[in-house]
Design a protein around this ligand. Structure first.
Ligand code: C2O
Ligand code: CU
Length: 542
C-alpha cells in the first residue's frame, strides 16, 4: 500500500463557472478541487492550508469511514476545531474500500462556495470488479448560486427569513451556463469565457465506459440523462449494485454512482449530457455537457435539444428507482437479522422563537463550541446538553400529511449515544413542511459508517407492520440515502466505529437550519487524541 501526500492551498478566487464571475473557494486554484485517486488500502495524507484570510474551514472525506481515525473526519464542531486562517491541518486516513467518494468543506455553507471534489479508490492490480470497461470518466455535479454563501446563510438565519431560492445554474465538472442577458449592470458575465465552455467527454465509438458520478449539490435533487444512451448502474456509494439499466439516473446530494455506458450510437455526431432538477419545481435551465464521439470536434453542438428528464414531481418514479438498487449478488454482506434499538426521526420544518428551522423529533440541531469528540474523551460534560436526544415522535397523533406547527420545538446540541457494537435501526420519517401540500426530498448522510437500506415506504412508518417488509436478503449498503416526500426510509448499521459521527440532511441549507443529529459510540476505546483537533471552546491542547 502506498502513502499519497497532498498539499492543498484553500483560498478564494474569482471564477466564472457559468460565465458569471463570482468569488469561489478553490483548492490549488481549482473548483471542483483535484480528484484524489488512490488504491484500496492506501493512506492519504492531505495537508490543508487555510488561505481564506477571514474564514475558518474544515474538510470532510465523505464516504470514507475513518476506521480508527475519527479525528480525521473533518466535521467542524463534531470531530475537530475549525482550521483558522493561516493555519495548516493534516488529515491522514486509509481508504479501505474501493469505490467512488467525495470530499467537501464541513464548515458553514462553504461546500456550496466551491470547496468540493471527488475521491476515486481503485481496486488493487489484478482484482476483478463485477463489470468491465475500456475507459473511465468522472462527473462532479452541482448547483450554483450567484449570491455569496454569507448572504445565503444570513438570510436563512434571520428572523426575516430569506430562502436561498433556486440555483442560477447547474454545473458539470464546474462548468455551466448562465444567460448573461439576465445579469445586472455591475455584474461581470462573459459567455465567451473559456471557463464556462461545457465539459466534454470524449468517447471512442464502440467502446464501453465507466462514469463515476458524485453530487455535491447544495440543494437540488438531480436527474442525469445521456441522450440516446442507457445507463447501467453498477456502483452506489462504494458498493457494487446488482446491475440495473435505466434511461436516466436520479442522484441526490451526497450520493455517488458508477454507471456503464456503451458508445454505440451514430458516431457522426455528439450527444448531450443533460442535468435536470427533480423534486423541486425547476427554476434553473438544464445543465449540459457534451458526449463527444471521437473524432468529432469536442465542442460540436449536438443537433438535438438536451434531455428534459422525467417530470420533476413524479415521486413514484424516483421512489421506484431508489427501491431497485440492491447489492450485487456476489458482494452481499447481509445485515444483522435483528436490531438492538429503533430510533424514529421525524423530519419537520418549524418556527422556533420566530426563526424558521428544520427539526428532528422537535429538536433543531446546533453545533457546540467544543467538538464532541474532545468533549466526550476529556469528560467535559457541561459543554453540550447531556439530555438524551429523543428516540421517537408522537406516532399516534402526528399528522404527517398536513401542516403542523410543532410549538414545542427547541434547539439543542444533545446527541445519541450508542452501545458499542450494537445494531441500530433508524427510520427517517418525512412530513409536510410549513407550506400546505408540500413535502421535500431529504438525502441523509451518515459519517463513519455504511448502513444497510432496509426499506422505503410511502406514508407513515408503522413499527408493528413495516419492519416485516425489510430486505434482509440483499440490501444495498450506502452512506447517503433519500427520504422521499411523505415517505420513510429505514436503515440499519452496527455501531462499531469508535468516534462521534454526524448524521444529517445533505441539503446544505437544511443542515444549516438544524436538520441533523449526532451519534457517539466507543469513544472510551480511543487512544490519545491528536492535539491538532483541539484549541477551540473548552478543548485544551493537552
Ligand atoms: Cu457530505 Cu456531513 O457531509
Ligand atoms: Cu433536507
Amino acid at each position: 500500500a502506498r502513502v499519497h501526500h497532498l498539499k492543498w492551498d484553500v483560498k478564494y478566487e474569482y471564477k466564472s463557472p457559468d460565465c458569471f464571475s463570482k468569488l469561489s473557494i478553490t483548492i490549488n486554484g481549482l473548483s471542483p478541487g483535484p480528484t484524489i485517486t488512490a488504491t484500496r488500502g492506501d493512506t492519504v495524507v492531505v495537508e490543508v492550508f487555510n488561505g481564506l484570510l477571514t474564514e475558518n474551514t474544515a474538510i470532510h472525506w465523505h464516504g470514507i469511514r475513518q476506521l480508527g481515525t475519527p479525528w480525521s473526519d473533518g466535521t467542524e464542531g463534531v470531530t475537530q476545531c475549525p482550521i483558522q486562517p493561516g493555519e495548516t491541518f493534516v488529515y491522514r486516513f486509509v481508504v479501505d474500500r474501493e469505490g467512488t467518494y467525495m470530499y467537501h468543506a464541513h464548515y458553514g455553507m462553504q461546500r456550496s462556495a466551491g470547496l468540493h471534489g471527488m475521491i476515486r479508490v481503485l481496486v488493487p492490480e489484478g482484482t476483478r470488479e463485477p463489470f468491465t470497461y475500456d475507459g473511465e470518466r468522472t462527473l462532479v455535479i452541482n448547483d450554483w448560486w450567484h449570491k455569496s454563501t454569507f448572504e445565503q446563510a444570513t438570510g436563512l438565519a434571520s428572523s426575516k427569513f430569506t430562502w436561498i431560492g433556486e440555483p442560477q445554474s447547474l454545473l458539470i465538472n464546474g462548468r455551466g451556463r448562465y444567460n448573461c442577458s439576465m445579469a445586472g449592470p455591475m455584474d461581470v458575465c462573459n459567455t465567451t469565457s473559456p471557463e464556462c465552455s461545457p465539459a466534454s467527454f470524449v468517447l471512442v465509438p464502440g467502446k464501453t465506459y465507466r462514469l463515476r458520478i458524485a453530487s455535491v449539490a447544495s440543494l437540488s435533487a438531480f436527474n442525469l440523462e445521456l441522450e440516446g444512451h442507457n445507463l447501467t448502474i453498477v456502483e452506489a456509494d462504494g458498493h457494487y449494485v446488482r446491475p440495473v439499466v435505466v434511461k436516466n439516473l436520479n442522484v441526490y446530494s451526497g450520493e455517488t454512482y458508477s454507471v456503464i455506458i456503451k458508445a454505440d450510437q451514430d458516431p457522426s455526431r455528439n450527444y448531450w449530457v443533460g442535468l435536470n432538477v427533480v423534486s423541486r419545481k425547476p427554476g434553473t435551465q438544464t445543465g449540459t455537457a457534451i458526449l463527444n464521439y471521437y473524432p468529432n470536434h469536442p465542442l460540436a453542438r449536438p443537433p438535438t435539444a438536451p434531455p428534459a428528464g422525467p417530470m420533476w414531481n413524479d415521486v413514484e418514479y424516483r421512489f421506484n428507482q431508489s427501491r431497485s438498487i440492491v447489492s450485487h449478488p456476489e458482494y452481499v454482506e447481509p445485515p444483522p437479522r435483528t436490531s438492538d434499538r429503533l430510533i424514529i426521526l421525524l423530519n419537520t420544518q418549524n418556527k422556533i422563537d420566530g426563526y424558521t428551522k428544520w427539526a428532528v423529533n422537535n429538536v433543531s440541531f446546533t453545533l457546540p463550541l467544543t467538538p464532541y469528540l474532545v468533549a466526550i474523551k476529556q469528560g467535559l460534560r457541561h459543554v453540550f446538553s447531556q439530555k438524551p436526544a429523543p428516540e421517537t415522535y408522537d406516532l399516534k397523533t402526528y399528522d404527517i400529511h398536513n401542516v403542523s406547527h410543532n410549538p414545542n420545538a427547541t434547539t439543542s446540541n444533545s446527541i445519541y449515544r450508542m452501545d458499542f457494537g450494537s445494531t441500530v435501526d433508524v427510520v427517517l420519517q418525512n412530513a409536510n413542511t410549513l407550506n400546505p401540500n408540500n413535502s421535500e426530498t431529504h438525502p441523509w448522510h451518515l459519517h463513519g459508517h455504511d448502513f444497510w437500506v432496509m426499506g422505503y415506504g410511502m406514508g407513515k412508518f408503522d413499527p408493528e407492520v413495516d419492519p416485516k417488509s425489510y430486505n434482509l436478503v440483499d440490501p444495498i449498503q450506502k452512506n447517503t440515502v433519500a427520504v422521499h416526500p411523505y415517505g420513510w426510509t429505514a436503515l440499519r448499521f452496527v455501531a462499531n466505529n469508535p468516534g462521534v459521527w454526524a448524521f444529517h440532511c445533505h441539503v446544505e441549507a437544511h443542515f444549516f437550519m438544524g436538520m441533523g443529529v449526532v451519534f457517539e459510540e466507543g469513544v472510551e476505546k480511543l487512544g490519545k487524541l491528536p492535539t491538532s483537533i483541539m484549541g477551540c471552546g473548552e478543548s485544551k491542547h493537552r
